[in-house]
Design a protein around this ligand. Structure first.
Ligand code: AMP
Ligand code: ZN
Ligand code: FE
Ligand code: FE
Length: 291
């Protein structure tokens, strides 16, 4: 049994490599399975699945949805989604519309701040995929308005910064529902970005999300400390949640994170995929879904 990486971005969202390139890179790293989890889009999944079939790497159709949350950021992962499901596609269209409305407003704000970049320049670095803030950061960096990618977020793009514009998001309940209806398994991504104060807050949140249909938690993630990892693992065990993990690889050198291994220490066993499949099948067998 080999190793897996269940959190990866491609050029369909803000990753650098195309889905085919990611699949080939994963194969070259000796991985057995990967999940393509682009932000708010499934546009890279078909290409990834095809390439995986061609070269013998299991590709799991998946997504990462940013949802409304009053503290920090909440990202929900959906594994084994049916990418042809009408409700899923309808909901994702709404998210694309929200981006199409937000992005020109961010250009306007940057222009008002004396930074004359154009949307065409941002589109160009996005390579034709869905446009996100990392593409704005890339243009700011290339045109020397900032010295580093991170500085672009700090000075202009992060929540509360002068060029930031909020966009519509679904509530966690809504996202869990459309993931689940599309036969996917809903998993809470990187809980350390939720901005919670301690284990009790996370526990209460999990209890609520489980009622809405949450089935797993991303325990292994490059930015989780060992204490956080242990805390998330014990909550997963207490509530019978599937434990997942992944590198959140974007193809850019971000804190030395690489596909499949994170900062060098990650080794995620294929049994994680089996656990996800078991949950998905148990829902199918019961003829319906909770939440
Ligand atoms: P968007 O979906 O357009 O709002 O962009 C969100 C993406 O921007 C995230 O998934 C990250 O890849 C990146 N991002 C968000 N905040 C930061 C930050 N403070 N520093 C670096 N990258 C960030
Ligand atoms: Zn991203
Ligand atoms: Fe995320
Ligand atoms: Fe991600």
């Amino acid at each position: 049994m080999g190793y897996v990486d269940l959190h990866i971005h491609t050029s369909a969202s803000d990753g650098v490599m195309t889905p085919s390139e990611i699949v080939r890179y994963a194969k070259s790293k000796g991985l057995q399975a990967i999940a393509i989890t682009d932000h708010d889009t499934i546009d890279g999944v078909s290409e990834g699945l095809e390439e995986g079939k061609k070269i013998g790497l299991e590709v799991i159709p998946a997504i990462e949805v940013s949802v409304e949350y009053h503290h920090g950021s909440m990202h929900l992962l959906g594994y084994f989604i049916d990418i042809h499901h009408p409700l899923l596609n309808e909901k994702l269209k709404e998210l694309q519309k929200a981006r199409a409305e937000r992005n020109p407003k961010m250009i306007e704000k940057l222009n008002q701040l004396g930074i004359p970049i154009t949307y065409e320049e941002v589109l160009k670095v996005s390579g034709g995929g869905q446009v996100g803030r990392p593409h704005f950061a890339q243009v700011l960096l290339e045109k020397h308005y900032v010295g580093t990618f991170q500085e672009a977020f700090e000075r202009y793009l992060k929540k509360g910064a002068p060029a930031y514009v909020d966009k519509f998001r679904f509530t966690p309940k809504e996202a869990i529902k459309f993931i689940t209806e599309a036969n996917g398994v809903a998993v809470l991504g990187h809980p350390n970005t939720l901005g919670l104060n301690g284990p009790n807050d996370l526990e209460q949140l999990l209890i609520n999300l489980i009622q809405e249909g949450l089935r797993g938690i991303e325990v292994y993630y490059p930015e989780h400390s060992s204490a956080e990892t242990a805390q998330y693992k014990s909550l997963a065990e207490r509530y019978g949640l599937v434990i997942t993990g992944g590198t959140d690889y974007h193809g850019i050198d971000k804190n030395g994170v690489d596909l499949g291994i994170g900062k060098g220490e990650m080794r995620l066993p294929y049994s994680m995929v089996e656990a996800l499949k078991e949950v998905r099948n148990s829902c199918k067998d019961s003829g319906g879904r909770s939440g």
